[in-house]
Design a protein around this ligand. Structure first.
Ligand code: SF4
Ligand code: SF4
Length: 443
């Protein structure tokens, strides 16, 4: 995006920030205990109240926003745990997006490699599904060709960076073939048809977790839904919207709305909390676009998470772990922040997991608190992300669960990383809820 020479960050903040929302904050501090960055640091400026005060002070001209202002905006995970805790219903998620949008126009603090990662991810990769498939194919080849075995044997990545070595160990079974190439774009309902679901396949989900996408579709079919997967859909735009790239996010949203409108579906289902949360807020994202406003509202109303639709609309399914008849297995759940705080869908995965025969559900302490994944936060803010993850794993380990279940690909990778670095890797496995449920359907 070209940087306007004349406007200062203060002026851009004044233009972009919703001043009414800034003044709605009554400084009560109820949000502080819910905020992971405040919990980790104890610093007011690292809290929702602190960040809102900084935004308001900048707009009011009390403070010149500089590098430390930018840092505080970028340190926020965007998990939105502060919103349900707020008695004044301050729309913090919107404020932080507006602030980051402004910061991105004037930014001076991204290091060269962060700029490179952002450019690659936001412009060159995620919006282009064909390139995502190429990435999937390359990772598949890396694993199957023996290069991965060689890399591990020689320990070359570990010599370079222990963190990178851990990331390499948790690489999922990527694929160059997405769900449409595997199942086609229309899958019939099993038994009597209840309705038609449009499956949001996700750009990352479709190449890194194709099996999970397939199991999601099969769960929907078993629950009585015909599933349509429009091939013209693209990335949801969540990472763009949360990182100050709102123009690209809006364009991606318009494409998706068009794709699902043409498919003529009753529901739009996502199996990734991070994607679902922006899909459900397309009406907000396009609120100033007269031409697309109404279509965006119609789209947003149809969006549901896989767990929610199974519980609330689907034909009830029976689940059991046949291998655990003698010794029930323990399972715990790490919330996807966006499924819990934005889509308000945190209870449904717990309900499904608690209803599986021979499985005992253990609630983890602070399961609703962010795991530190947060889009590309664990890449751009590795120190804070690692600190949060380490504390998360202490709580996960305390459950002694055999399975750590999540509802979002970013959280799933972060949990795998956590188990690898700090966990009980011999006895605990991180899995997506769609995989966990599908493998235990009783037919
Ligand atoms: S979004 Fe999350 S990290 Fe950011 S202020 Fe709110 S609770 Fe804290
Ligand atoms: S809970 Fe809401 S009103 Fe209270 S300080 Fe936090 S954001 Fe402001």
């Amino acid at each position: 995006m070209p940087k306007p020479a004349a406007a200062s960050l203060k002026e851009t903040l004044t233009l972009k920030l919703d001043y009414e929302q800034l003044t709605n904050c009554m400084r009560c501090g109820f949000c502080l205990p819910a905020c992971p960055t405040f919990q980790e640091t104890g610093v007011e400026a690292e809290s929702p109240r602190g960040r809102i005060s900084l935004m308001k002070a900048a707009v009011d001209g009390i403070m010149e926003p500089g590098i430390s202002f930018e840092n505080q905006m970028n340190h926020c995970l965007g998990c939105r745990a502060c919103e349900p805790a707020c008695p004044a219903d301050v729309k913090y998620g919107q404020l932080i997006e507006q602030a980051r949008d402004a910061v991105e126009v004037h930014t001076r603090q991204h290091r060269w490699w962060i700029k490179g990662v952002r450019k690659l991810v936001f412009d060159q990769l995620f919006p282009h599904q064909r390139r995502m498939r190429l990435l999937g194919k390359s990772l598949e080849l890396y694993k199957k060709s023996g290069v991965q075995a060689l890399v591990r044997k020689t320990g070359v990545v570990g010599a370079f960076s222990e963190h990178l070595s851990s990331m390499e160990r948790i690489l999922p079974d990527a694929s160059g073939k997405g769900i449409v190439e595997r199942l086609g774009s229309r899958i019939a309902a099993k038994g009597e048809k209840i309705g038609t679901v449009g499956m949001f396949r996700g750009c990352l989900m479709d190449v890194l977790f194709t099996e999970t996408n397939m199991k999601t579709v099969q769960l929907l079919s078993e629950a009585g839904f015909e599933v349509v997967i429009p091939d013209t859909q693209n990335c949801c735009g969540a990472l763009h919207a949360h990182s100050g790239e709102s123009d690209t996010a809006k364009q991606l949203a318009r494409n998706n709305i068009r794709a699902f409108q043409e498919a003529g579906v009753d529901y739009i289902v996502s199996n990734a909390g991070g994607c679902g949360a922006i899909l459900v807020e397309y009406d907000h994202l396009l609120h100033d676009d007269q031409e697309w406003q109404e279509a965006a509202r119609g789209f947003a109303k149809k969006v549901m998470d896989i767990s929610t639709i199974l519980v609330e609309r689907g034909r009830p399914l029976n689940f059991a772990d046949r291998e655990a008849e003698e010794n029930p297995i323990r399972v715990t759940y790490q919330d996807s922040c966006h499924l819990r705080n934005v889509m308000k869908g945190g209870s449904r995965p717990r309900q499904l997991l608690s209803g599986i025969a021979n499985v005992s559900y253990m609630e983890m302490e602070d399961a609703g608190s962010c795991c530190g994944s947060a889009g590309i936060y664990n890449v751009t803010q590795p120190d804070m992300a690692s600190q949060i993850l380490e504390h998360k794993m202490e709580k996960a380990n305390a459950t002694k669960a055999h399975y750590l279940v999540t509802s979002n690909p970013g959280c799933l990778l972060q949990m795998k990383l956590g188990i690898d670095k700090h966990g009980r890797s011999e006895s605990m496995k991180a899995v997506h809820i769609a995989d966990f449920l599908f493998d235990r359907i009783v037919k």
